[in-house]
Design a protein around this ligand. Structure first.
Ligand SMILES: Nc1ncnc2c1ncn2[C@@H]1O[C@H](COP(=O)(O)OP(=O)(O)OP(=O)(O)O)[C@@H](O)[C@H]1O
Ligand SMILES: [Mg+2]
Length: 411
């Protein structure tokens, strides 16, 4: 799959951009703060409906446009995509409306279109699939569980629409259930509706547990293979472990992760047996009820999941060296590409932001080898000299300068 054309209007520092994009590797180069990362972000946003950075979506609209006096300001991202299933025209609109000139308040909303027809935001997903490499990806290993859950959701949503829909329903039920638990904790309201929420939560949550289990089994297998065979020459093996919160009395702390891993093993054995997962989850929820009533929040369920990478049986975030963490991360990302290709029959588009600079020569060559095999890959760098001659000969060079894209190295 690949993008053949990208149009941006009032997106970040791009006022107006019309960019035909070739296949193969593309190197976006240029000085700092010119718009290289913003270009990758635009493609990522069309694929996932999210920014890779935790910015507010309204921040994506070009600042000078959003400060104008116009009653409606629209940022637009449009991509023409070629896939094995045919051509697609994808569009995302970021709409800011001034509500009253007196207090300067404005509202923000988004619209998604596929082949020029309005669709739910969720239905944009799956039309364009990407794997992104960012310098801050290290946060997946060393950062918070919320980071890692976000990674699972964004990755799975790109290829599994049912997962995405279930997740959104689960989050709604969770919110309602938490509101009820808070009221009960304050001594307000009756308990009679709680079982209704419990049943919904358990049915939706069990689907998420099962789909995440399948995802991790497949991803872990690829990551393990790549890490062992390709990255460490048979010296080190990694394990990617899903830690499902299928019990309320366990936390993500070190001591409990063994018990959580056992729950993952159990889920792997029973991932096809939804009745069994549902029964187990319902039991765990019942056991957690006194705690949940006291705390006024839901303690069992996929919204509290986590995952870890282990090297030689130890948690990489606490015991790995920086180099080991970097290798594991690279294995994980390469596995993600392979996993998507296996599941969909097409290589996703690769987006690599400044990551090549961080790698040693051997890992750099391995990564560039992957990049060269992709149907389309966009890379950014301030200095093209860090790339191999071989790579530079294959790549299309595009210079990014103050919100414009120029072809050729010296233009
Ligand atoms: N909503 C916005 N409107 C206008 N400009 C923006 C907006 N959001 C970000 N910018 C600006 O866009 C510029 C380019 O950002 P970008 O991150 O793409 O640069 P870059 O070329 O990747 O630079 P670097 O090499 O430093 O990574 C930055 O100066 C940033 O302040
Ligand atoms: Mg950048």
């Amino acid at each position: 799959m690949h993008v053949t054309h990208l149009s941006l209007t009032n997106f970040r520092n791009y006022g107006r951009l019309e960019l035909p994009i070739p296949t193969g590797p593309i190197l976006l180069h240029g000085h700092n703060a010119q718009g290289k990362t913003n270009l990758l972000e635009a493609i990522y946003y069309l694929a996932t409906t999210r920014s890779p950075h935790t910015t507010q979506d309204s921040e994506l609209i070009n600042w000078s446009a959003s400060q104008s006096q116009e009653p409606v300001i629209v940022g637009r991202l449009v991509a023409q995509v070629t896939t094995a299933a045919g051509e697609r025209h994808l569009e995302m609109r970021l709409i800011q409306e001034q509500q009253g000139t007196v207090n300067g308040q404005s509202s923000f909303r988004r619209e998604a279109l596929v082949n020029r027809r309005k669709v739910r935001l969720m239905d944009l997903l799956g039309n364009l699939r990407v794997v992104m490499f960012l310098p801050e990806d290290m946060g997946l290993i060393t950062g918070s569980p919320a980071n890692r859950r976000r990674y699972i959701d964004i990755t799975l949503c790109q290829i599994d629409p049912i997962y995405c829909q279930t997740l959104s329903q689960y989050n709604k039920v969770l919110e309602q259930r938490n509101a009820l638990l808070r009221r009960l904790a304050e001594g307000l309201g009756g308990r009679d509706v709680l079982p209704i929420y419990d049943e919904k939560l358990v049915n939706l949550g069990s689907q998420l547990f099962a789909r995440r289990t399948r995802f991790f089994s497949e991803l872990a297998r690829e990551a393990q293979r790549i890490h062992y065979e390709v990255l460490t020459g048979g010296r080190e093996s990694i394990r990617v472990n899903y830690l499902p919160r299928l019990r309320g009395d366990l936390s993500n702390r070190q001591g409990d992760s063994e018990a959580l891993t056992r729950l993952y093993d159990w889920l792997q054995q029973h991932q096809e047996d939804m009745a069994k997962i549902t029964a187990d989850y319902a039991q765990a929820l019942a056991a957690a009820r006194p705690t949940e009533l006291a705390r006024g929040s839901t303690t069992v369920g996929p919204h509290r999941d986590d995952w870890v990478v282990e090297v030689n049986g130890r948690d990489l975030s606490s015991f790995g060296s920086r180099g080991q963490q970097r290798s594991a991360l690279l294995a994980l990302k390469m596995a993600e590409i392979q996993w998507m290709a296996n599941r969909t029959g097409e290589t996703p588009i690769l987006l690599l932001d400044e990551v090549v600079a961080e790698l040693d020569e051997q890992r750099r060559e391995l990564l560039l080898h992957y990049v060269e095999q992709a149907t389309q890959a966009l890379l950014t760098a301030t200095d093209p000299a860090m790339f191999t001659n071989d790579f530079l000969q294959q790549a299309t060079m595009l210079q990014v300068k103050n919100g414009r894209v120029l072809t050729g190295v010296n233009s």
